[in-house]
Design a protein around this ligand. Structure first.
Ligand SMILES: Nc1nc2c(c(=O)[nH]1)N[C@@H](CN(C=O)c1ccc(C(=O)N[C@@H](CCC(=O)O)C(=O)O)cc1)CN2
Length: 282
């Protein structure tokens, strides 16, 4: 079975649009992009388009590639203090000269719709999430939409990044999976991967996952955004080779990516609702 993230995201965006309309709220998202990386520019454009579609206002702050950390922090602090802004998203990766940790830590937790602030990650770990990072939360939504069982299942997450691997593992754990995180120093990686009922690959290597790493019937989630030899977008999973062995699999494109954006919209609406209720996330 193909897990169609594009279709799920379309459905979720339509539902969200209605919810926003009914709420009478006008949530607002601010994006911050530093530099001119074409992929980042495209993702930010996609986010603004999604905002427009569901009834979220958006503003874009563009800073030059040689902007200092202080300059980026200044922009974030201004947005923190702007009562008209509910959510702040700093597009990653930032250029080498900018201290990413300081920038993420500067985002006000109640506006942290990307879910990368230590406060958001801590709440996720505590089992009381407010904003979970969009990619892993989007994956949980796909699993839910397709009724993929999680409780008691063995989940293996390959990759331990702060934005995907670690929060993914915690979300699966919070949903009662038995979770293993694998990374570059894992011994017997293939063996670990072959034990997975749910295998999430967030490695960043084109066609890294072959059929020999996948248990028959497993659910395979591909978080990779890579290019193949022809320069074409592809995931971490060798889709053609794995699809018949997997019980369910996300494609790239059309899998996890669209869910990242749909989840960002949901988080932004949540931020607006929390403010209306005067419900602090600190
Ligand atoms: N601040 C953030 N930065 C980054 C995040 C993030 O969640 N927050 N995630 C990624 C990039 N990303 C969003 O920012 C993102 C990547 C891919 C897609 C997507 O829908 N991709 C399409 C294909 C698009 C194409 O044609 O290339 C798909 O997979 O179908 C959406 C968002 C890193 N940075």
């Amino acid at each position: 079975m193909i897990l169609d993230g594009k279709a799920v995201s379309e459905k979720r965006l339509e539902i969200l649009k209605e919810e926003i309309e009914e709420s009478g709220l006008y949530p607002r998202l601010a994006t911050v992009i530093v530099g001119e990386d074409p992929a980042s520019q495209m993702y930010v454009r996609m986010k603004h388009r999604a905002c427009e579609r569901v009834g979220i206002g958006s503003v874009g702050i563009e800073l030059p590639a040689d902007a200092t950390t202080e300059r980026v922090l200044e922009a974030v602090v201004r947005l923190n203090n702007d009562p008209d802004i509910n959510g702040i998203l700093v597009q990653l990766p930032l250029p080498d000269g900018v201290d990413t940790t300081r920038v993420i830590d500067a985002v006000a937790p109640e506006k942290d719709v990307d879910g990368f602030h230590p406060c958001s990650l801590g709440r996720l770990l505590a089992g009381t999430p407010v904003f979970a990072p969009c990619t892993p939360q989007g994956i949980m939504t796909i699993l839910d939409e397709y009724n993929i069982p999680i409780r008691g299942r063995r989940a293996v997450v390959v990759g331990r990044s702060i934005d995907v691997g670690r929060p993914m593992a915690v979300l699966l754990l919070n949903a009662d999976a038995t979770v293993t995180i694998c990374h570059s120093k894992t011994e017997n990686l293939e063996e670990e991967m072959r034990r997975a009922d749910i295998l999430v690959s967030a490695v960043g290597k084109a066609k890294f996952v072959g059929p020999e790493m996948v248990k028959e019937g497993a659910t395979v989630i591909d978080v990779g955004i890579n290019q193949d030899e022809q320069g074409k977008l592809c995931g971490d999973v060798d889709f053609e080779a794995v699809k018949d062995r997997a019980g369910a699999i996300t494609p790239v494109p059309g899998g996890v990516g669209p869910m990242t954006i749909a989840t960002l919209m949901e988080n932004t609406f949540r931020a607006a609702k929390l403010r209306t209720c005067d419900n602090t996330v600190r």
